[in-house]
Design a protein around this ligand. Structure first.
Ligand SMILES: C[S@@+](CC[C@H](N)C(=O)[O-])C[C@H]1O[C@@H](n2cnc3c(N)ncnc32)[C@H](O)[C@@H]1O
Length: 347
């Protein structure tokens, strides 16, 4: 049975310490933003130029990305128009953290609004968005179409289970593009930075997923909870990210696309003796805990038989095991993350 992800991914923004790897991903798209803004057509007028981030989490990376885009528009379009930045994430996002960050901004130069809803739906009125951006978010599906046998992520799924995830990912991508196409003005730009696997089928984060599943096998009941521990995630191939048919159907012209691996740098710091093994294993664990703990908790809650204390305890035990494995096998955690970068222009 399909399970909605709202409520499961919502805790993703709870720990601000997850900013680091995500910030690396945003930084890796800076030159792309710059070139994309040269291609932008803005609509002159008295109203602010609307820009939006889809999957804004705790906000600090999101606001950084939006400010970068604004500075490039100002540089290349020589406009004195105001900007309004809209940040979209699930209702269950850590909005307290988001508003803490947004309230620290200088309101004379950066205006922002937030909306708590799925980006697979229409989020803005038609024909009003000038630039849309999303990074590290749309591999989270609107729902998991089925559970995966013998693993926790569709990267290792086979046969009908893999096909079900591929279909869900394509349907979600279609909905995402349809809605962005509706919202964007003619000549507007959509920049997408999407987790992907390379030509050999490698994501470079396999050790993370294997470790998650190993811990799940130690903690969860084998017949009910373990099969249910399936992340509502699909990591796409490059061709699935650069789906020309979907782009064409939604009136998008491809301005740019490429794939490259983003290095999270923790391993490099460990090898250069800039980080202790203890800190390395803590950072590796904190990052992935932030991204996936809510899925674990969802599974523990689903039987209705575990108390809150029990769930807290099991979650802590899970992440202790995860950290110990990283500490004992640091060389498995030289993690990079393949990304596909796409710039689309609305025709
Ligand atoms: C890994 S975080 C990336 C956040 C941000 N782009 C950054 O760089 O810090 C993914 C975000 O996507 C959000 N997300 C996942 N599915 C979503 C959906 N259907 N609609 C809106 N946001 C969603 C999650 O809540 C989370 O905040």
């Amino acid at each position: 049975m399909a399970t909605k992800t709202s409520g499961t991914t919502g805790m993703l923004g709870s720990y601000n310490s997850n900013s680091l790897p995500q910030r690396e991903i945003i930084e890796s798209s800076t030159s792309l933003m710059k070139n994309a803004m040269k291609n932008l057509n803005i609509r002159p007028g008295r109203c602010p130029v609307l820009i939006a981030d889809f999957g804004s989490s705790h906000g600090s990376n999101s606001m950084h990305a939006m400010k970068t885009i604004i500075s490039y528009i100002q540089e290349f379009k020589k406009t004195d128009q105001q900007f309004l930045s809209v940040h979209i994430d699930l209702p269950t996002n850590n909005w307290t953290s988001f508003f803490d960050t947004s309230n620290e901004q200088d309101k004379k130069i950066f205006f922002s609004l937030a909306t708590g809803q799925s980006f697979y739906k229409q989020c803005l009125p038609p024909n009003c968005l000038t630039v849309g951006y999303s990074s590290g978010s749309i591999h989270w599906l609107s729902q998991k179409p089925c559970n995966i046998t013998n693993h926790c992520i569709s990267t290792f799924a086979k046969g009908a289970e893999l096909q079900a995830f591929q279909k869900q990912a394509r349907d979600d991508y279609r909905n995402f593009l349809e809605n962005r196409s509706r919202e964007l003005i003619q000549g507007g730009i959509l920049i997408l930075v999407m987790n992907c696997f390379n030509d050999e089928g490698i994501t470079m984060t396999e050790s993370v997923y294997h470790n998650l599943y190993k811990c799940a096998k130690s903690i969860l009941s084998p017949n009910v909870e373990l099969p249910n521990y399936t992340l509502p995630v699909y990591i796409r191939s490059y061709d699935e990210c650069v789906d020309k048919e979907l782009f064409h159907q939604n009136s998008f012209e491809v301005i740019h696309s490429n794939m490259s691996a983003v290095d999270f740098k923790f391993y490099e710091q460990l090898k250069n003796n800039e980080m202790e093994l203890k800190e390395f294993s803590e950072k590796q664990t904190e990052f992935i805990r932030c991204a996936t703990d809510s899925v674990l908790r969802g599974v523990l809650e689903s039987t209705g038989k575990r108390s809150k204390e029990d769930i807290d305890q099991l979650s802590n035990k899970f992440w202790k095991l995860y950290k110990e494995h990283v500490q004992q096998n640091p060389d498995e955690f030289d993690i990079k993350c393949y990304q596909t970068y796409v710039v689309l222009k609305k025709l």
